[in-house]
Every structure is written in C-alpha cells, then in structure tokens.
Design a protein around this ligand. Structure first.
Ligand SMILES: Nc1ncnc2c1ncn2[C@@H]1O[C@H](COP(=O)(O)OP(=O)(O)OP(=O)(O)O)[C@@H](O)[C@H]1O
Length: 334
C-alpha cells in the first residue's frame, strides 16, 4: 500500500547537514494500522511526511500502491495525494469557516458544488459523531471535537490511506481514547489503512497491528506489536516496553532467602487460565504475587505478573520449566 525504499532525508543547517531519516525501508500492508514510535527528534514527522511527499526524500523511493510518488511531477503528485488523507496534532482547521465547510474543503478544491457535496458532508458528520455541530466554528469546539473534524475532512475525498501526525498528542487521556476508538472503527468499517506516528505507548498498544521503533533517524525494530514489545532487543524499544509493563520498577520488594524473582507474560486466552496455579500445585514451591496487571494489546488479552518463587531450587526450576512448556514467557529477573 505504502512502501519506502532506502529513504534518507537530510536538512542543511548552520552546523552542517542533519539526517532526519536515514536509509529507511518499510512496507505498510492494506488495511493495517501501522504505528511509528520514537522519542522527540527521532525523525517520525519527517518519515511520515516522506510517505505523501510533503517532504521530498533526499534519496530513496516512495511508492503508493503501484505508483512511484518520487517519480511524479508536482501536478501528478497532487492528484495522487487525494488518495492519502492526513490529520495533524494541532488539527489545522480553517478558523473562519464552519465545521461543515472545513469538512467540504477538499471536495471544493476538487471542483465539487455545494449540491454535490452536501450529502457526503452529512455522512461524514455522522461517521465522526458531530451531527449536531456542523454549523459551529472550530473555536466553539473541544480539542477532541476539532480532531473529529480533522478526521472527517481527511476522509472527504475517500482516501485509501490515512496518515496521522501525533493526532492525539494535544488531547487528554480520555479524549485520546475516544479518538483512538474512532480511528479503529473507521479502519474496520471502511478498510482504511492507517499509519500513525506517536511518542505514546498507549496509542500503539490500543490500536496498532504492527509497529516500527525509531531512534536517531533509523528504524531499530519493526514487527507485530506484541512480538516487538514482548522481546525488545534495542534499548529504546526496551524503554517503551517498560512503560507498557505498568509494573513498578525501582520499588524495593520483600524477598525470601533463596527465592527467585520471575516475570511471567500471559498472551491471548491463556491470560485467563490458572496456569500459574497449575504449575505450582503439588510442588514444594511457594508462590507470592508481588505485582500484576491484565490489559489488552488491541484485541489480544495480555497480562504480566511479577512473582517470587521460594523453596528448593530444583523445584523452583521445575515450576519455571512447567510455565515455559505451557507457552508462557517466564523471565528470571534475579
Ligand atoms: N525543516 C527542518 N530543517 C532542519 N532540521 C529539521 C527540519 N525538520 C526536522 N529537522 C531535524 O530532523 C530531526 C528529526 O525531526 P522530526 O521532527 O522528524 O522528529 P520527530 O521524531 O517527529 O520529533 P518530535 O516528536 O519532537 O516532532 C531533528 O533533529 C530535527 O531538528
């Protein structure tokens, strides 16, 4: 759907040239929600803007379906860009016109008359839950409502892909969740491919299918969200995975002599099974649960427990082996 091949984007600054994006290749599949996460300055905005050529790569190639965007003239590019919608952190709405007119804007640009676009705008207002707000001005709306207008406007020309540039970063957690649910339902209902950039794990955890982790202009890890964050290999990924774990770090924990501290990950339906109880049952091992969470990564139940296993070492090892042979990820921390 969207493909980048060896894309580099350099900016010339006073201190020389900065590679904001370095030699990035990736493929986004039709219908998926693909997240790009990284700290500030990692190159996320530059990367997403290379996908619709708001930034022209210094080298490398960008494809939209079978069309190579980097080979098009500005004029050809404008036509292709209509198939790629975009929403922004600060919404970028026109302050002097109503919600309805903001949403209609891409249709007006495409030469449609009011008569032609009126029904489409009503449909979009309903899709984003703003039926009662069409005649208001952006200044009369909350941040979440403004972003809903941004989404409706981005969808007006019926794009195949939606690029989201930090779309929830200016919103409070509750509003963030409502916008993420809206994006997920649009993805499911319309089959729209979504690519988003964020610095928030919550966004990746809630709605993304695959993720790329960026650091210093490069992608350092990429794959299914669960795979990347269950077994992070790069330090930056590990930091984000720790945010996800929700287990407190640094808190001194009570420990018994000779015990082992084990972190157990549960994924899928096993999250709700009594596997830990079964592994310990009948052994001489005592199991104390020190911390624990159960949540979801998109639709997949996911849990983590920090347990202390105490008893004879051989029996503790037997419990760990039993957990692993049940498909659980059991990591001995100390
Ligand atoms: N137009 C520009 N001119 C010069 N340097 C730029 C330009 N745009 C970005 N950069 C530099 O490129 C690097 C990556 O910036 P970018 O905005 O893509 O990162 P980011 O991950 O989106 O960060 P943030 O989350 O803070 O927006 C930074 O070092 C930035 O200073």
């Amino acid at each position: 759907m969207i493909e980048l091949q060896n894309v580099t984007k350099s900016y010339k600054g006073r201190g020389g040239s900065v590679d904001a994006v370095r030699d990035i290749s990736l493929q986004v599949k039709p219908g998926e929600i693909f997240g790009i996460i990284g700290h500030s300055g990692a190159g996320k905005s530059t990367l997403i803007r290379c996908m619709n050529l708001l930034e022209r790569p210094t080298s490398g190639r960008a494809w939209f379906g079978k069309t190579e965007l980097t080979a098009l003239s500005e004029r050809q590019l404008q036509a292709e860009r209509r198939k790629i919608g975009m929403i922004f952190q600060h919404f970028n709405l026109l302050a002097s016109v109503t919600v309805r007119e903001n949403i209609a804007f891409p249709l007006v640009l495409a030469g449609k008359s009011r008569k032609e676009y009126a029904a489409r705008v009503d449909e979009l207002l309903a899709l984003v839950g703003l039926e009662a707000h069409g005649d208001k001005y952006p200044s009369q709306l909350s941040g979440g409502q403004k972003q809903r207008v941004g989404i409706a406007r981005a969808l007006a020309a019926d794009p195949q892909v939606l690029l989201c540039d930090e779309a929830t970063s200016a919103l409070d957690p509750q509003t963030t969740n409502s916008i993420l649910s809206l994006l997920m339902s649009i993805n499911e209902k319309l089959g729209l491919t979504i690519i988003l950039i964020t610095h928030e794990m919550q966004v990746i955890r809630s709605i993304c299918d695959r993720v790329a982790v960026m650091d210093a202009g490069r992608i350092v890890e990429m794959g299914a969200v669960l795979d990347v964050f269950l077994r992070p290999t790069h330090a930056v990924t590990r930091q984000f995975a720790d945010e996800l774990s929700e287990l407190e770090s640094g808190t001194p924990l009570p420990r018994r002599e000779g015990s082992k501290l084990v972190r157990v990950h549960f994924v899928g339906e096993e999250t709700y099974e009594p596997v830990l109880f079964e592994a310990v049952k009948g052994s001489a091992v005592q199991c104390a649960i020190l911390q624990g969470t159960v949540s979801r990564m998109k639709h997949t139940p996911y849990g983590q427990l920090l347990v202390e296993l105490s008893g004879p070492e051989r029996d503790i090892d037997g419990v760990i082996t039993a957990l692993r042979s049940n498909g659980l990820d059991a990591e001995v921390l100390s």
